[in-house]
Design a protein around this ligand. Structure first.
Ligand code: KIV
Ligand code: NA
Length: 262
């Protein structure tokens, strides 16, 4: 089976069946969710929080993104792969963005990049697309701008959001994430652009939905945003399995005869 391509992803705009996107940061997880069936796998800079334990995504480096994207790229055989450009690469000149995105494609086997931004990033999106690098845009709440935005807040400036979405689409983005935007605004954006919108905290009318895998699996420690739905309690499973192993070791129950060599 060949992998979903960026043009195939774009062609799903407006389809009855919504696009399904999840994050992954390592080989094993990526292989499992790819087998389960998702349309795209995002190696998000959210790894700064859920893998590295940071308070924001700002500290994540390009080398770290490449390290994780390479593991995911090696695992995936079906889904489209998307790798975040870490802060602040897409704010340098277009040459720096091309250098970074090209490293990602060359070194990881992944197929596309995502960058936070809309209108102000249009030149960068256009330059990357011209270089043959598919770009997913990211409008609404842009976590890399958390200090400028004054926190992780719902974004409500409809004119700004529509201008960002239109500019990203006109610059050649193949899709876009819409993060933390009221459902009605996400619906208008989705109607206004010819490329798929992938919502997170953006209501039911986007062309698809994305969540962070740790949130979906129920293994996030600490704060979980309102827009998350957890489908498992893997965090509790990990604690229970650890406690059971510890009990067996301490009680002399592990290893048994069948778990040792004669
Ligand atoms: O880094 C990330 O995981 C993301 C998604 C939440 C869209 O950008
Ligand atoms: Na991100």
């Amino acid at each position: 089976m060949t992998q979903i391509t960026a043009p195939q992803f774009t062609a799903r705009k407006g389809a009855a069946e919504k696009l399904v996107v999840l994050t992954a940061y390592d080989y094993t997880t990526a292989q499992l969710i790819d087998e389960a069936g998702v349309d795209a796998i995002l190696i998000g800079d959210s790894l700064g929080m859920v893998v590295q334990g940071r308070g924001s995504t700002l500290g994540v480096t390009l080398d770290q993104m490449i390290y994780h994207a390479e593991m995911v790229g090696r695992a995936v055989t079906k889904a489209l792969t998307v790798v975040d450009l870490p802060f602040p690469i897409n704010h340098y000149d277009t040459g720096a963005a091309i250098d970074a995105a090209a490293r990602i494609l060359k070194e990881t086997g992944c197929q596309s990049v995502k960058l936070e931004g809309g209108e102000a990033q249009a030149d960068t999106i256009h330059a990357l697309v011209t270089a043959g690098i598919p770009v997913m845009a990211h409008v609404g709440l842009r976590p890399q701008s958390v200090h400028q935005l004054g926190g992780y807040k719902v974004q409500r400036d409809e004119q700004r959001l529509l201008a960002d979405a239109r500019a990203a689409s006109e610059a050649g983005a193949y899709g876009m994430v819409i993060e933390c935007v009221p459902s009605e605004i996400a619906k208008s954006i989705t109607a206004a652009v010819p490329i798929p919108t992938i919502g997170i905290g953006a209501g039911p009318d986007c062309d698809g939905q994305v969540l962070v895998i740790h949130d979906v699996l129920g293994m996030t420690t600490g704060y979980v945003p309102r827009f998350v739905r957890s489908y498992a309690k893997v965090g509790e499973t990990i604690k229970e399995a650890t406690a059971a192993f510890a009990k067996d070791v301490r009680g002399g129950e592990f290893p048994g005869p069948g778990e040792a060599f004669k």
